[in-house]
Each structure stands twice: as C-alpha cells, then as structure tokens.
Design a protein around this ligand. Structure first.
Ligand code: FMN
Length: 286
C-alpha cells in the first residue's frame, strides 16, 4: 500500500488546509495511508548556517524535531501540501522547514522526484499574494516533482468547501498526482513550470521559482515566456541538484582558502551598533 504524506501548514485543527489535504487524499484512486504532518506541532529551529549537515554524519546538529518531520516525508510515495496565506505569503511553518533544506541532500535518493501537489489557501479572493509561490518553492526545495499547484479560497474553517468548486480542484489534484510530468504552457517557465515572474527591464523577466532569466513576448494567445538555464541550477534535474550539493560541500575548501581575507572584511564590523539581547531566563536550548 502506498504512503502519502499530507503536510499541513496551518496550526488550525480541521481548518481549510487540513480538510483540503484530506479531500485530495480521499480522491486518490489507489489504496494508501495518509500520513499527516502539522508543521506547527513540531519544533523546527532556525538554520544556523553551519553546513555540518553536509559533512561526516550528514545530520543537522540542532536538537529539534527536524528528522521526525523529514523521515515520514522521505518514506512517503507522494506529497500533498497545503498552506494558508498569512500576510500575502505562505505561512512561516513551511519556510521554517525549507530553511533547513541543506539537510535534505542526505535524503536525495529518497526525496528526488517524489510526486507532489500543492495548494495555497487564502481567505480573501485575490489576496493570496505570493502564497502559491511559497508552496511551490517548498515542494521544489524538497526535490519533489510538483504536478499541480493551485490557489483555493476559504476564510472560516470549512469554508473552502462551502460550494463544490474546490472539491473539484482537490479531485483534479488527486488525479494529477501519479501522472507523468505536467505539460508545458506558454505562460509558464519552460524550465520549472513556475508562473511568477519579476520584470527586469524591457522584456526581460526572471522566474521566481527556479530563478532563471529570459524574455516574455505577447503572442496572439497570450504571454509567451522563454527562459534559459543558468550556469548554476538548484533542482531542475537530479544531476543539477547533486552538482549543487557538491558545490555546497566545496564551500568548505573555498572558506579555508580565503579565511584570512574574509575574516579581515567581517571583523572590521565587529563593534558597530548595540545588540538587543533576548531575555536571559529563557532556559537552555533543548
Ligand atoms: C495571521 C493571518 C494572516 C492572514 N493573511 C491573509 C492574507 O494575507 N490573505 C488572505 O487572503 N488571507 C489571509 N488570511 C486568511 C487565511 O489564509 C485563511 O483563513 C485560511 O483559510 C486559513 O487556513 P486554515 O483554515 O487552514 O488555517 C490570514 C489569516 C491569518 C490568521
């Protein structure tokens, strides 16, 4: 039997994200167990940028719940993720895990190409801001094969299914999960499927999902995006993800080689400003 992990980016029990994930699961036409992760229930500390997880034991040294979250994702056959719009972006619960992404490379064999569908749940029609990009980014940084990503609206818990429209979206997502790659569409980045772009001047654009640049032209059928691969890719292919991992590992030697010069630059700033310290009685880090 397949195992499908449902990642819920909202703390609200039986809220729209949770029931949306469950509705997608209900529509999957294969026997499976739905394994649920409510990210807000786990202690996920900020990444310290120490890079230790890329070396030796390939494990993050922080003593928190990272691996309780990562293991079930790695073991799953597919991913359903839903996150709420919080202030025009995906709730930080997703980002807290994404920030620990250097630790994902130790799981590359298990994570690479895992089918995924992603939903951005917003309360106000049209006011999702960058939430969809946030859930897409989350899926891609998990090295997943994102089949479909959609925005659905619903504010009060349960409202997402007040009419039948979003149930159909959930059914569509379920149907897409175990199908081949999503087909190219002219208004999307031809490299990664993203549809959020930053204008760079003239007709130049940068895809905000894979961060590659190109051009957009207005054709009869609508906008047509052309994007070229950069010299340094993060997730477009397994080989490129692996090459990025090796590049990250190589940072250690680059740091050792330039340590003196780098230290000189940063230590010059040591005494600037006054730090506000956190309260001392917070207790030791667990
Ligand atoms: C702190 C907070 C910020 C929110 N910001 C937005 C927003 O910027 N845009 C929006 O459309 N909805 C916003 N919402 C509404 C939620 O996205 C919406 O209620 C959603 O259904 C919540 O999902 P849940 O039921 O799974 O918690 C916000 C809700 C909260 C609690």
């Amino acid at each position: 039997m397949k195992s499908i992990v449902g990642i819920v980016g909202s703390a609200r029990r039986l809220g729209n994200c949770e029931i949306f994930v469950k509705e997608v699961s209900r529509n999957i036409n294969l026997p499976h167990e739905l394994v649920l992760l409510r990210l807000s229930s786990f202690r996920l500390e900020p990444c310290r940028g120490c890079y230790v997880c890329l070396f030796a034991e390939e494990r993050c040294p922080r003593k928190d719940d990272l691996y309780s979250v990562l293991e079930p994702i790695a073991q799953a056959d597919a991913i359903i993720v839903a996150a709420p719009a919080y202030f025009l972006g995906a709730s930080a619960n997703l980002r807290r895990l994404t920030d620990r992404g250097l630790s994902f490379y130790a799981y590359i064999d298990k994570l690479w190409g895992k089918p995924a569908v992603a939903a951005a749940v917003a309360g106000i029609p049209g006011k999702e801001g960058a939430t969809l990009l946030g859930v897409e980014n989350f899926a891609r940084m998990l090295l997943a094969d994102l089949k479909v990503s959609r925005v659905v609206y619903g504010a009060l818990p349960g409202e997402v299914f007040l009419d039948g429209k979003n149930r159909r979206v959930a059914a569509e997502m379920a149907a897409a999960l175990f199908t081949p790659k999503r087909r190219a569409e002219p208004h999307r980045c031809p490299l990664c499927g993203g549809d959020t772009f930053r204008f760079l001047g003239g007709n130049r654009v940068r895809c905000m999902l894979c961060s590659n640049a190109g051009t957009v032209s207005m054709e009869e059928q609508g906008p047509h995006v052309h994007v070229e691969k950069g010299a340094h890719e993060l997730f477009l292919s397994r080989e490129e993800a692996e090459a990025h991992r090796q590049w990250l590992i190589g940072m250690k030697d680059r740091f050792i080689a330039d340590k003196k010069k780098l230290k000189q630059i940063s230590s010059d700033y040591r005494r600037d400003g006054r730090w506000v310290e956190p309260p001392a009685d917070r207790g030791p880090e667990k």
